[in-house]
Ligand binder design. Structure first.
Ligand SMILES: [Zn+2]
Length: 299
């Protein structure tokens, strides 16, 4: 009979031969009759549902949310826009408005026209043209000054480095703060039929898994070849629950929403690269302490 340990060894072997492979095995109630295997696939291919023996576990739909990191970055860029750049952008817009004829100059033109009438110069069209030229020259002049100032005071590379740093700090803080995002990051829901990380495929099959186990689930052993990522997989909705970006947070969310009677043991072999490892480690704080044990198995 195939054992939990056999399947774990097989998945690790695949992962060691193919750096793109992340596999997992789940054993329910410490019973080798209830073994589920799952693995990752690219976002551009169809999702592979986990299997329990011959049984294919159906995946629940999981509409994704837009990249929270990208949304945050845009917010930070807007907030910290360099004043010289903002000034230039303002005059750039004003030139566009003047050139497209959307700027209102009728009032000024009428005043000019009336002055001319006093001297018997009856040419309203000419007055409009003159005012328009003046206004265009005026805003173009201001734009030129703003461009010079921008050249002197604004270093796009340094500024972008600064805003990226702030955005990244805010993103990490957001990931660590809670298992859900503020409302503004949680929509729209983008339909998704493509694949995902191994943990995502497992989570999407959780309700099918529960349906196929004929007894009360009290124990889950989860083996994943690589430590779950802190932020790579995009966020998704499962029914009413928002699952944050990253598989660490997603697993924590699954455990907090699943039956409290279940004890979980999560083991992985391969670690992540430098900063990701520490980031992912820091997210383990989201796991309910009394219900989860986290282990690293020598790779
Ligand atoms: Zn992941």
């Amino acid at each position: 009979m195939t054992t939990f340990s056999d399947l774990c060894t097989a998945e690790l072997s695949k992962a060691q031969h193919d750096s793109n492979h992340v596999g997992g095995v789940c054993r329910v109630n410490q019973n080798d009759s209830y073994l589920v295997t799952f693995h990752n696939n690219g976002y551009d291919t169809a999702a592979s549902p986990p299997t329990m023996g011959e049984t294919v576990l159906q995946l629940d739909p999981a509409p994704r949310i837009p990249s929270v990191r990208a949304t945050l970055k845009k917010e930070v860029e807007d907030t910290y826009e360099h004043p010289a750049k903002r000034e230039h952008r303002y005059w750039e817009t004003m030139v566009e408005i003047a050139e497209s004829g959307r700027m209102s100059y009728e009032h000024e033109a009428l005043i000019l026209h009336r002055e001319r009438l006093r001297y018997g110069l009856d040419n309203y069209e000419g007055a409009v043209k003159k005012i328009k030229e003046q206004q265009l020259a005026n805003v173009k002049g201001k734009r030129a000054i703003a461009a010079q100032e921008m050249e002197k005071r604004y270093d796009p590379v340094a500024h972008s480095k600064m805003t990226s740093g702030i955005a990244e700090e805010q993103y990490i803080a957001l990931q660590k703060r809670s298992l859900t995002y503020p409302h503004e990051y949680a929509s729209p829901r983008v339909e998704n039929t493509a694949g995902g990380h191994a943990e995502e495929n497992f989570i999407r099959a959780w309700s099918a898994l529960c349906m196929h186990i004929p007894e009360k689930i009290t124990n889950i052993e989860l083996y994943i070849t690589r430590m779950p990522c802190p932020d790579v997989s995009s966020g998704f909705w499962l029914g009413a629950h928002l699952y944050n970006e990253g598989c660490m947070g997603k697993l924590a969310k699954l455990i907090t929403t699943a039956d409290e009677a279940i004890r979980w043991q999560i083991t992985y072999s391969q670690t992540l690269n430098g900063a990701d490892q520490a980031f992912s480690q820091s997210l383990s704080r989201h796991f309910p302490e009394d219900r989860v044990t986290f282990l690293v198995h020598g790779a």
